[in-house]
Design a protein around this ligand. Structure first.
Ligand code: UT7
Length: 343
């Protein structure tokens, strides 16, 4: 059985920066830099321009990952795209990204499978489990795995929505998971879910059980209530569940690998709230200098947080061959996971 390793990384955030002060001044939200920074660690986030969607952000990150791996889009045997903000309800953004990457064009067309992963903040780690299995089984030599989000289009940028909307930002991160005979790569992945938390963090704009599905007024115009248009979150419940499940995910991974936290050189935690990550690190005795962050600059980019962290660490020289890397995430579903990788 071949090993699966990360042969390339890429990251992209759209150019427009929105600071905490901009949320007050440009959008008129009753909030403050002080509140957002103290409770979450966020200073700014990036928003995509109108007309730019998730497949486009994903494509940009994917091209950088391909370049760093020295591979072409046509070398990929499968495409996985993790997102909670797909371009359309269906089809998934994976096929749109495949098309954008030129895989459907000309004599070099490759109609490889393209699949969306809908596991929110844990989506990238669910993708890592899937990509690793595809490579280790021999089904694929190279899998393109992207986490991409365009949150800014679908958040309530008014005071009523501030508890959720101030947290999220747009961006994309990508990795190439490749086969190797070398003794390195993804050593294990552990995923979990607890559907009892499904409505604690959710967005119900699409609710197929509803009749009428979308109420229509006398002019034939569909009516969607504000509480259905935007994400709903019981923040404190999610916070507590995140701390518990992330600690559990770390312990499960370390026990399965026969390692302790001290054996890990670099920790990549999902970036939902700096305070969540500080609690987890403190509980487990993880020192600050082994933990990397990007929430201060990007906010919560959901499926993109961990691949963006990996890309920054790899390009910045922080991540070196032979290092043991742990990735941990928790999010809507509830879903969670951890991955241990020898870089
Ligand atoms: O990525 C997936 C998972 N997501 C998470 O893990 C997020 C988990 N939850 C959290 O990070 C935190 O619960 C939040 C950052 C979302 C909220 O922090 P909190 O300390 O739990 O605040 P809260 O919701 O209890 O709100 C406290 C107060 C409220 O005012 P009152 O009722 O005490 O007068 C809120 O209305 O803060 C108010 N508030 C704000 N004020 C200024 C909520 N959001 C804001 C805001 N600016 N952006």
């Amino acid at each position: 059985m071949p090993n699966a390793y990360i042969s390339g990384t890429g990251g992209y955030v759209p150019p427009r920066v929105v600071t905490n002060d901009d949320l007050v001044q440009q959008y008129g939200i009753d909030t403050s830099h002080e509140w957002i920074n103290r409770r979450t660690g966020i200073n700014q986030r990036h928003y995509a321009e109108p007309g730019v969607g998730t497949a486009e952000l994903g494509e940009k990150a994917a091209r950088l990952a391909l370049e760093s791996a020295g591979l072409e889009p046509q070398d990929m045997d499968m495409i996985l795209l993790a997102t909670l903000s797909p371009d359309y309800c269906f089809p998934g953004s994976g096929v749109l990204m495949q098309r954008r990457l030129g895989l459907c064009d000309g004599p070099k067309a490759r109609f490889v499978p393209a699949m969306d992963i809908r596991n929110q903040c844990s989506g990238f780690l669910y993708g890592m489990g899937t990509a690793t299995s595809m490579v280790q089984s021999g089904a694929c030599k190279h899998v393109l795995l992207v986490g991409a989000e365009t949150h800014s289009a679908a958040i309530d940028l008014s005071t009523a929505g501030r508890t959720v909307s101030t947290l999220f930002g747009d961006g994309a991160g990508a990795v190439i998971v490749s086969a190797t005979d070398e003794d390195r790569g993804i050593r294990g992945w552990w995923l979990g879910a607890d559907g009892r938390g499904a409505e604690v963090l959710c967005q119900h704009v699409w609710n197929i059980s509803k009749r009428p599905f979308i109420p229509v007024d006398e002019n034939g115009v569909g009516q969607v209530q504000p509480e259905e248009m935007f994400a709903h979150m019981e923040g404190k419940r999610v916070f507590r569940a995140a701390v518990e499940r992330m600690c559990e995910a770390v312990l499960t991974a370390c026990t399965a690998q026969g390692i302790t936290g001290e054996d890990v050189d670099l920790w990549c935690f999902h970036q939902a709230n700096m305070r969540i990550n500080q609690y987890v690190a403190k509980t487990l005795g993880i020192p600050d200098d082994k933990l990397i962050h990007n929430i201060d600059r990007y906010g919560n980019t959901t499926a993109a947080t961990i691949p963006l962290l990996l890309d920054e660490a790899a390009r910045g020289g922080r991540l070196q061959r032979g290092m043991k890397v742990a990735m941990v995430a928790f999010g809507s579903g509830y879903t969670w996971g951890s991955v241990i990788c020898d870089w």
